[in-house]
Ligand binder design. Structure first.
Ligand code: PHE
Length: 342
């Protein structure tokens, strides 16, 4: 046993002193220590002379020695033939494995475009939560609990708290901006909204909006018209004509729907404009004085306008997509058709 220990000790020292400089020297080390006739095997052969009661201890020593010999070899494995080439001649300028480039979602392309146009007109982007409370989504906007206008915006409520709901429009973000109390306000609010609708080609339980709000001293309906006219000519081209039809929203007075001349037929009649020559694109109006009062803003001093458009609607007009469901089906054959340049 003692002689075995001494031998292992000597060989360990020897192994540690060997520093192979190339593949040949490494191979010579391997043959000497780890080969079938190598020293590691040879030392293992010494087991048979160890008395039975010491075999366990000897076994542990031998195993540790074998692991050391192998680890020493591994630590020089970069010298092995083949590996050596890789280590010294790796060409880091070679192109990597390709990752296929995706395309932006059509709704995102259009939303970006809308935001970009309004940013140039001086609007800042404001965002807010998709799970809202009743106050920000309805009540503060002149839609108290029993208001019939709520019927048009039935939504999903959060079971945990009956006051919480999925926002039905991004006007809720405008409420949050007004709450901050800083005037003037000029914001655009893009985002996803929800309504309890049966899913079909023309309606979905969620869609996207971009709403805008402008409040300052002396803001008039003329400002509203000119701002939205500037927007549509940027979005659809300089030949677009617009018309305003009286409408109703609880949060604006007066209120209007804005139509643009049909981008497909130019006014002569087609399926997009249902043969009227006009396509409705947004709702708008002058902010109701009661709403300003809800946010402690003096309607004698300040006035403003608001508008809201559906991103799906603008996208449909731009790309002639006739089925709303396509936007959320994630079919790459549909999605790949859109690029940021179209
Ligand atoms: N919030 C309205 C809707 O979702 C749109 C709108 C916004 C209308 C602002 C007028 C003014 O239908």
């Amino acid at each position: 046993m003692e002689s075995l220990k001494a031998r292992i000790e000597t060989l360990t020292q020897e192994i540690k002193s060997i520093v192979p400089a190339n593949a040949e020297e490494l191979e010579a080390y391997r043959i000497r220590f780890l080969g079938t006739k190598g020293l590691v095997r040879d030392v293992f052969g010494g087991m048979k002379d160890v008395p039975a009661e010491q075999k366990k201890e000897a076994g542990q020593l031998l195993n540790a020695f074998k692991q050391l010999a192998e680890a020493h070899y591994e630590s020089f494995s970069h010298l092995q033939q083949g590996n050596a080439g890789n280590a010294s001649f790796a060409d880091f300028s070679l192109p990597g494995a390709d990752i296929a480039l995706g395309t932006r979602h059509p709704l995102r392309i259009v939303e970006n475009k809308i935001v970009e146009i309004f940013e140039r007109l001086g609007f800042a982007v404001a965002e807010g939560p998709e799970i809202e409370d009743d106050w920000h989504n309805f009540t503060s906007l002149n839609m108290p609990e029993d208001h019939t206008a709520r019927d048009m915006q039935d939504t999903f409520y959060v079971a945990q708290n009956p006051d919480w709901l999925l926002r039905t429009h991004t006007s809720s973000v405008q409420a949050r901006v007004l709450e901050e109390g800083k005037l003037p306000v000029r914001v655009i609010c893009p985002g996803r909204v929800y309504r309890n609708e049966t899913i079909s080609a023309r309606a979905h339980c969620f869609f996207h909006q971009c709403e805008g709000l402008y409040i300052d001293e002396n803001v008039s309906f003329a400002d509203l018209k000119q701002t939205l006219y500037a927007f549509v000519t940027e979005m659809f081209g300089p030949d677009i004509r617009v018309r305003f039809r009286p409408s109703y929203f609880p949060f604006t007075e007066p209120s209007a729907e804005m139509d643009i001349s049909c981008t497909v037929c130019g006014g002569s009649g087609c399926s997009l404009c249902k043969h009227t020559g006009w396509v409705e694109i947004l709702g708008c109006g002058m902010v109701h004085p009661d709403l300003l009062r809800n946010f402690n803003i003096d309607p004698e001093k300040y006035s403003g306008f608001a508008f809201g458009m559906g991103v799906e609607r603008i996208t449909q007009i731009r790309y002639q997509v006739n089925d709303l469901r396509l936007y959320s089906q994630n079919d790459v054959r549909f999605l790949r058709q859109f690029t940021t340049n179209t």
